[in-house]
Design a protein around this ligand. Structure first.
Ligand SMILES: [Zn+2]
Length: 329
């Protein structure tokens, strides 16, 4: 079968490799579409270490070879037997793997995965947008960690793909949304998708959020950029007793946060990592009902063989690109 193989950092080629053989408890998927994300870029350039050679790709949809059903794949595997799995925290399983990082992933014609990792897609969700359901599950899992009540004000910092999904999810929960980014295009998109107000970010954003909330600050701030400076701003634009959802992935090794403000305002910092199986069925339903729209988030569709160009596009475009979808056939 054809697959995109990463042989070493930045050495990604379209190659002919053996098709995986179905094993007990596993299902063979013919992958039809996949999404490219920032993690793929970090795997590609070597900042995330992987076993080489590796077929990356963890946002993928396809057809079960045995039944022909269209499915989305949950790339986060878990053993189902450990302390965490028994507590229902499968996303934290220490024996879990990420398909496309620890084992071969979806940038290929075929992929074999445990039968527990596949979820059937309804006909109303099209193949081109479906890979983003994986991204949506991580947003939903994160929002499950915080209460949002109708009438709450939620500030969303960063309006890339995950920011736009957070806007829609928080809107579905009845909140008033303030979207924050420098990009005028992304602000316009967020307003289309449910943001009540958008602001341009920068130094005045903290003051603007306070002005929009009677001087108090947001009940919840969702930080999606992974930039420490933005996390600091999140603390300042959140009200006393409010919460900051740290959705961006912070990889900095050192740096300071306004600790005294955290204490004095009694602001909670909340983390969330990947998603659980329950988030797949919930997200499929949210998309099927039109409560979350994925189509506007697709900025490019490219053939699988152009993955290297797609990753470079994502990296070089200073964040203006939204989701790039690879077409496998
Ligand atoms: Zn486990």
């Amino acid at each position: 079968m054809k697959a995109m193989v990463l042989r070493a950092p930045s050495d990604l080629v379209l190659d002919e490799v053996a098709r995986p053989e179905p094993a007990p408890g596993q299902v063979l998927i013919r992958v039809t579409h996949s999404g490219v994300c920032g993690t793929d870029y970090k795997i590609y350039n070597g900042s995330i270490k992987v076993p080489y050679p590796l077929i990356p790709g963890h946002e993928m949809v396809g057809e079960r070879v045995d039944t022909g059903e269209r499915v989305i794949i949950d790339p986060e595997t878990y053993d189902g037997t450990c302390f965490y799995c028994q507590k229902g925290l499968t996303n934290l399983c220490p024996n879990g793997t990420l398909i496309g990082r620890d084992v071969n992933g979806g940038f290929a014609e075929f992929l074999m995965v445990p039968a527990t990792q596949v979820f059937t897609l309804p006909d109303s969700i099209d193949d081109r947008t479906a890979p983003m359901i994986q991204v949506l599950t991580t947003c939903l899992h994160a929002q499950r960690q915080v209460e949002i009540f109708p009438g709450d004000t939620v500030a969303v910092i960063g309006l890339g793909v995950t920011g736009q999904l957070h806007v829609q999810l928080a809107k579905a929960r009845g909140a008033r949304i303030i979207g924050i980014t420098r990009s005028a295009e992304k602000r316009a998109m967020a307003e289309q998708l449910g943001a009540d107000v958008t602001i341009a970010g920068g130094d005045t954003s903290i003051e603007q959020v306070r002005e929009l909330t009677g001087g108090r600050g947001a009940d919840l701030t969702i930080e999606t950029t992974g930039i420490l400076k933005q996390l600091e701003s999140s603390v300042h634009m959140t009200r006393f007793g409010g919460k900051v959802l740290m959705f961006g992935i912070y990889t900095v090794k050192e740096g300071a946060l306004p600790f005294y403000d955290l204490y004095f305002k009694e602001v909670s910092l909340i983390s969330a990592r990947v998603a659980k199986p329950e988030d797949y069925t919930a997200c499929i339903a949210l998309v099927e009902r039109g409560q979350v729209k994925l189509e506007p988030l697709v900025s490019d569709v490219m053939p699988l063989g152009e993955l290297k160009a797609a990753i470079n596009l994502l990296a070089s475009d200073s964040g203006q690109r939204m989701k790039i979808i690879m077409e496998h056939t």
